[in-house]
Design a protein around this ligand. Structure first.
Ligand code: SF4
Ligand code: SF4
Length: 182
């Protein structure tokens, strides 16, 4: 396979803030914990639970939580008008050092071969992204973020599976307690 994607390693975010206004950012318990520590907010002010018709996340994927109100996915609270609550007026992230791992990896979508070598990189089309190509991102930096995301996602998905195996569904506060966030 050719490497006609390699020029995208020169991606540079122009900080337009668009990707902080539109998409829903999925969270793990570790993301919520980091933001709680930094902001002092309780989990219910950080995370909410989205139904299948509000998010493009296939029902066959892991992460769907069985709540009393139905299947839900945990993501950052956002408003239709202004997007993420942490997006500042200058279009910068107000919790930059503590932001979710998904925000750090965005907008790269990547594929690896069996030797963990980067074989394909693309820029997410979830929003119109006015990026420049005068930056520098190394495959090692991108791999480190993907590994970090994976390391926190898998234990979180295991916790969700454990929750879903319960015989009696519960609400969001019970789920936060299950994650030891409340
Ligand atoms: S949409 Fe693209 S350019 Fe705009 S903030 Fe997001 S990553 Fe940066
Ligand atoms: S946490 Fe920060 S980077 Fe992530 S969506 Fe919100 S403002 Fe954007």
């Amino acid at each position: 396979m050719g490497k006609d994607w390699e020029h995208l390693l020169n991606f540079r975010c122009t900080c337009c803030g668009q990707c902080c206004r539109e998409p829903i950012v999925l969270l793990t318990d570790e993301d919520v914990r980091r933001i709680m520590r930094h902001t002092g907010q309780p989990p219910e002010k950080i995370a909410t639970f989205y139904p299948p018709d509000e998010i493009e996340w296939d029902l066959s994927n892991r992460g769907w939580i069985k709540l009393e109100e139905g299947d839900r996915i945990m993501g950052l609270i956002r408003s239709e008008e202004t997007g993420c609550q942490y997006l500042q007026e200058d279009d910068r992230c107000g919790i930059y050092e503590h932001r979710p791992v998904t925000c750090r990896r965005y907008p790269f979508d990547v594929e690896y071969d069996s030797n963990d070598e980067l074989t394909l990189l693309s820029i997410s089309d979830s929003v119109e992204c006015p990026y420049e190509l005068d930056g520098r991102n190394t495959p090692a930096q991108i791999k480190a973020l993907v590994d970090w995301e994976d390391e926190e996602e898998q234990p979180y998905f295991d916790l969700v599976d454990k929750w879903n195996a319960k015989s009696t569904p519960d609400g969001p506060s019970g789920f936060f307690a299950h994650l030891q966030l409340a």
